[in-house]
Design a protein. Structure first.
Length: 185
C-alpha cells in the first residue's frame, strides 16, 4: 500500500472519530441541559472545532474521490481540445484558490497563535491549521491529476466526469471483491 493511501485511510479514520466525537458531545450536552439543567461548556467549543476539521479534511477526501457535486453538461458538449483547455484552466484556478487559502492562513499564523479560544484557552491557530491540510491536499491532488493528464493517463472522458456516489460505491465494492479473490489465489 502506498503512503498516500495510508494517509487517506488516516484521514477517513479521523473523519469517523471527529464525527463520533461531535455526536457524543452534542447529544451529551443536550441530555445534560434538558435532564439536569447543566452542561459541559468545553464540549460546545470542541464540537465546533471538530466540525471545522471534519469539513476541511472531508473536502480533501472528497476531492480525491471526485465526490463533489459537479455540472459537467457544458464541458461535455465541447470538442476534445476545448475540454482539455477547460481542464487546464480549472486546474489552474483550483491551485490558485488553494494557494490563496494557504497564504491567508500563513499570514494570520502569528496573530492566531496569540488569539486564544474563549473556553479552552488554546491558540486558535490549532483550529485554523485545518486550512493548511485543506490547501496542501487540494494542491497536491490537482497537481497529480495534471501529471496524469500530461502523461496521457487521464482520458478525455475523465477530465470532468462527475461521479455518481452510488456508481462509485458499486465500483469500490467490485474492486474490493476482485482484490480479495486475487489474494486468495
Amino acid at each position: 500500500m502506498r503512503i498516500v493511501d495510508l494517509l487517506f485511510r488516516f484521514f477517513e479514520f479521523a473523519l469517523v472519530v471527529l464525527l463520533a466525537a461531535m455526536v457524543i458531545m452534542v447529544f451529551g450536552n443536550v441530555v445534560l441541559r434538558y435532564a439536569f439543567n447543566s452542561g459541559i461548556t468545553v464540549s460546545e467549543e470542541l464540537s465546533r472545532f471538530a466540525f471545522i476539521w471534519l469539513a476541511f479534511i472531508g473536502t480533501v477526501v472528497g476531492v480525491r474521490d471526485r465526490a463533489h457535486l459537479g455540472a459537467d453538461f457544458v464541458v461535455n458538449a465541447l470538442p476534445p481540445a476545448a475540454r482539455k483547455v477547460c481542464f487546464l484552466l480549472c486546474s489552474g484556478l483550483i491551485i490558485w484558490s488553494a494557494a490563496l487559502i494557504f497564504i491567508g492562513t500563513f499570514r494570520g499564523h502569528a496573530v492566531n497563535m496569540e488569539n486564544y479560544s474563549p473556553v479552552m484557552g488554546i491558540p486558535m491557530e490549532y483550529v485554523y491549521a485545518s486550512a493548511y491540510v485543506l490547501s496542501i491536499g487540494i494542491i497536491a491532488l490537482t497537481v497529480q491529476r495534471l501529471y496524469q493528464f500530461a502523461t496521457g493517463k487521464l482520458s478525455n472522458a475523465e477530465l470532468f466526469a462527475a461521479v455518481d456516489p452510488e456508481e462509485a460505491m458499486a465500483l469500490e465494492t467490485n474492486v474490493a471483491g476482485q482484490n480479495s479473490s486475487e489474494t486468495k489465489r
